[in-house]
Ligand binder design. Sequence first.
Ligand SMILES: O=C(O)[C@@H](O)C(=O)CO
Ligand SMILES: [Mg+2]
Length: 271
Amino acid sequence: MPRFAANLSMLYPEHAFLDRFEAAARDGFQAVEYLFPYDFEPQALAARLQANGLQQVLFNAPPGQWDAGERGLACLPGREKEFREGIAKALRYAEALGCPRVHVMAGLVPKDEERSALRPVYIENLRWAAREAAQQGVNLLLEPINTRDIPGFFLNRQDEAHQLLSEIGALNVQVQMDLYHCQIVEGDVAMKIRQYLPTGRVGHFQIAGVPQRHEPDLGEVNYDYLFSVIDEVSSACGWDGWVGCEYRPARGAQPGGTSAGLGWMRKARSS
Ligand SMILES: O=C(O)[C@@H](O)C(=O)CO
Ligand SMILES: [Mg+2]
């Protein structure tokens, strides 16, 4: 059975953010991820991890002005200084939290730009960031995201991400393979796991039901089957990463709503 990490940006909306660590541990999670740690001092987050016996396995680098609609800086010409400052900040948090992975969001293609013209900026930014991250043993992750959730996002497909990895040419840059986005954009998910996981270039998985991004057992994707594929391929190739549970519980912020929806995980654990 894959190892599951609770995504605290989406799970446990019934609790204040800092209380979500304890709720996740109570449900049997041993690891957490979330989008952004920057509203809190790293020491406050580290204390919650420690008090609840949890590992931090992933968070995102600063994405630019999120509330103004920005979704990453990596592909944006003219924003290189801010990109570098964001990576430096993320690496300070990664060190304090003992976190081995940072997701670097690509950003939106500006209206007056061709996607292809942004590639050199993206590749140069990632090369620079990879050198910085390597100094403290951190891996950087690139995530293809569907354009229904984030219209205009620069990176949408697994093959594009793997092609970019070869051009970036840094061993500590990997793909964050979010199976929810993968199903929406391209489908044929099991075959893509079989294709890419043995390459050693997949650093992390994420899951959610499709199309509503609720629990994995709600919707069109057969996750029991995909978990068996991940198990089979990872035992053959020695992959030992995490699967982030990045979904919005169907019962929303109702008390106990997240825990009540974890039947899919209890079933996976007992199989
Ligand atoms: O899939 C997602 O939405 C996240 O993993 C993320 O980092 C950006 O929103
Ligand atoms: Mg994701």
